[in-house]
Design a protein around this ligand. Structure first.
Ligand code: NAD
Ligand code: ZN
Ligand code: ZN
Length: 348
């Protein structure tokens, strides 16, 4: 079968032929219906130093996956061939306290996980291929009726990650309060929708590209701002001088982090989602009183179930551009150059 593999650090992936995987005991092989192209892959392929992550090359990319059950290994019950499923991407040990809660992102026994600090497409073979080997049946989540794998794939990360972040800030997002999303790409356009669907807060979207802001408007953003030197002031003006109750930075660069620190309200939350290399200088007098500055990584399996429910009920929807496996490298190039809106999904 065809697979898009990262074979060398600091390089583009290549399309190669690899054997179709067979499920061992407890495992599931999924026929891929869609694999999202995440900006994190750009960081992994082009920016990570060899040895930075405890991962061996080569591996197939694609950590946002959905499809249909192809075959199951011995001992797997409750899954039928042909059944539509999403794949919960972070693969932990399954037995530590965090994994037992379904928070496999923060597995506390990574040496016992299929790959430390990763999953399919992040250190192990992922879904940019015709088939994906899922090492444990608990990572396979049935899709609710009406959700096609190609539109469900981005939900497993591009929606799950901002959902996990927004959920943590729900108490700060009461009516009358304001949320800001910086970076309206794959994650950000879903963050806007998740905020609208699960809170009564006003939503301000910030991006450096007008096309991205237009997507935010079409999904109900109350105000959009082209990013620049004045953006923090614009946010203060739009909030009666108070600042934003929760800022979600889906870029994580030096400038966007500076914006998140400058635009917040006392007692607010600032969540750094993007891994753009910026850092936040936080001191008693350098941020608003009781401002919580936090990072976040992906989400939990129970949260994925909630995200899929939001999508099945039409409350959130990933905007997708479909590419074939042959065009997957081109999809990444366009993502890197900021020429996409929503999410690129590879359909083999
Ligand atoms: P994307 O390329 O689809 O979207 C990024 C958006 O940010 C684009 O619309 C771009 O125009 C905008 N942007 C870039 N620089 C900007 C700036 N200085 N000011 C304003 N807007 C700017 O990327 P994505 O796939 O949505 O990923 C976003 C970030 O989140 C990446 O760094 C990715 O690695 C990271 N990520 C983190 C997690 C996590 O668990 N924390 C999960 C997935 C992705
Ligand atoms: Zn990702
Ligand atoms: Zn674990």
């Amino acid at each position: 079968m065809k697979a898009l593999q990262l074979r060398q650090w600091k390089s583009d992936p290549v399309l190669v032929d690899v054997p179709k995987p067979e499920p061992g005991p407890g495992q599931v092989v999924v026929r891929i219906g869609g694999a999202g192209a995440c900006h994190s892959d750009i960081h992994v392929m082009h920016e990570f130093e060899p040895g930075q992550m405890p991962w061996r090359l080569p591996f197939t990319l694609g950590h946002e996956n959905a499809g249909w059950v192809d075959s199951v290994g011995a001992g797997v019950t409750g899954l039928e061939p042909g059944q539509a499923v999403a794949v919960y991407g972070p693969w932990g040990c399954g037995a530590c306290p965090r994994c037992l809660l379904g928070i496999e992102t923060y597995c506390e026994n990574p040496a016992a996980a299929p790959v430390p600090a990763g999953g399919g497409g992040l250190g192990l073979d992922g879904g940019m291929a015709e088939y994906l080997l899922v090492p444990a049946a608990r990572h396979v989540v049935p899709l609710p009726d009406g959700l096609e794998p190609a539109v469900a794939a981005p939900l497993t990360d591009a929606a799950l990650t901002p959902y996990h972040a927004v959920r943590r800030s729900w108490p700060k997002l009461a009516p009358g309060n304001t949320a800001v999303v910086i970076g309206i790409g794959g994650l950000g356009h879903l963050a806007v929708q998740i905020l609208k669907a699960t809170t009564a807060a006003r939503v301000i979207a910030v991006d450096s590209r007008q096309e991205a802001l237009d997507v935010a408007t079409s999904h109900g953003a109350d105000l959009t701002l082209l990013s620049g030197e004045q953006t923090a002031n614009d946010i203060r003006d739009a909030t009666g001088g108070r600042g934003a109750d929760a800022v979600f930075d889906c870029v994580g660069a030096e400038k966007t982090i500076a914006l998140g620190l400058a635009a917040g309200r006392m007692m607010g939350d600032f969540t750094i989602i993007g891994i753009g290399g910026g850092t936040a200088p936080v001191g008693f007098f350098s941020v608003p009183y009781e401002y919580s500055v936090q990072t976040t990584y992906w989400g939990s399996r129970p949260e994925l179930v909630e995200v899929l429910d939001l999508a099945a009920r039409g409350l959130i929807r990933a905007e997708t551009t479909i590419f074939s496996l042959d065009d997957a490298v081109e999809a990444y190039h366009r993502l890197e150059k900021g020429q996409l809106t929503g999410r690129a999904v590879i359909v083999p």
